[in-house]
Write a protein that binds this ligand. Structure first.
Ligand SMILES: [Zn+2]
Length: 313
């Protein structure tokens, strides 16, 4: 499919920096049909299984593959790189092509496709990332205030094992690291680019929230009737839209939710900009350092389980 070639006009949503593309509409439409993440058959939390942490690393030898501290949050300085001046928002895991890549936890597949190179309306080229999978994980109970995280598996081979909407279990094989510098992996050296984004798949990323707030405070946002000005609040309307309301006079405007970009230099809302893995200084805060977060989950959940203390022998 060619998810980026068509845009659907959404009559009630007219702010230039926020637009819904065909992909997001497809995803919204499919979400209700997706199997529930916690169907009775898939329920993991029996007492006897309570010793197991809810998360694990996406590959064997993950730590070794990081080659040290990993490159999360590193500023790209290489001259000539299309990403120079931006921050790397994931960890590159240097393991051989064909290495199995597994879901880090139970969740729902929100993206599973090949990502071609494409050029947005501003002429910015978005680079081919090869085969990409995104899984959304509900956190129940929440972890440090987070109700969801999304895991990103980028530069995979063509043999993806899951499809959009699939429910997956922790440890389930999603695919493999793609072949070195191949079309299937986006022409990169063989490695896994693995990211952990704070929050559910459908959301307004904080950086965009800030932009909307700033716009309201300064020039105002053109609404259906009066412009929305001053301090605003956000009211979620649906999985794909949010109402922005002035705290002063109550004027409102309905905006479409971004599916993607957290980087101001990539204004079109799309999954590829979101998981291209690069952003500005503020954007770094929207992402988690994967090796640290997963290790902390494994340690905390295994240690705190009463079942581990009761384990026989
Ligand atoms: Zn990377």
């Amino acid at each position: 499919m060619a998810p980026f070639s068509t845009r659907l006009p959404i009559a009630a949503v007219t702010v230039a920096l926020l637009s819904v593309d065909l992909l997001s509409v497809e995803l919204s439409a499919q979400s209700p049909e997706a199997p529930p993440p916690q169907s009775p058959a898939a329920k993991p939390a029996t007492a006897s299984q309570a010793t197991a942490a809810r998360f694990e690393f996406p590959t064997d030898d993950y730590q070794r593959g990081l080659r040290g501290r990993g490159n999360f949050g590193v500023l790209i300085t290489a001259k000539g790189s299309p990403f120079a001046g931006s921050y790397h928002l994931a960890e590159d895991v240097w393991l051989p092509a064909g290495t199995k890549v597994r879901s880090i936890g139970n969740g729902v597949v929100r993206y599973s496709d090949f990502s071609p190179s494409w050029k947005d309306d501003a002429g910015v080229v978005h680079w081919n990332l090869g085969n990409v999978i995104v899984v959304e994980h509900a956190l129940d109970p929440p972890v440090a205030g987070l109700t969801h995280v999304c895991s990103f598996y980028v530069h995979l081979g063509a043999d993806r094992r899951v499809a959009l909407g699939d429910t997956v279990q922790k440890g389930q094989v999603l695919g493999c690291i793609g072949k070195d510098r191949s079309e299937e992996n986006g022409l990169y050296p063989a490695h896994l680019h693995f990211g952990l984004h704070r929050g559910p798949y459908h959301q307004i990323p904080p950086s965009w929230r800030r932009e909307v707030e700033t716009m309201a405070r300064t020039v105002g946002i053109v609404g259906d009737r009066a412009p929305v000005r001053g301090e605003v609040e956000f009211v979620r309307q649906s999985p794909s839209s949010v109402l922005v309301r002035s705290k002063g006079d109550g004027a409102t405007v309905l905006l479409s939710l971004l599916v993607g970009s957290t980087a101001p230099e990539h204004p079109p809302a799309d999954i590829m900009a979101w998981c291209s893995g690069y952003g500005d200084r503020q954007t770094v805060d929207e992402w988690l350092r994967p090796s640290k977060w997963i290790a902390a989950r494994i340690e905390a959940e295994s240690a705190s389980s009463p079942a581990s203390a009761r384990a026989p022998k």
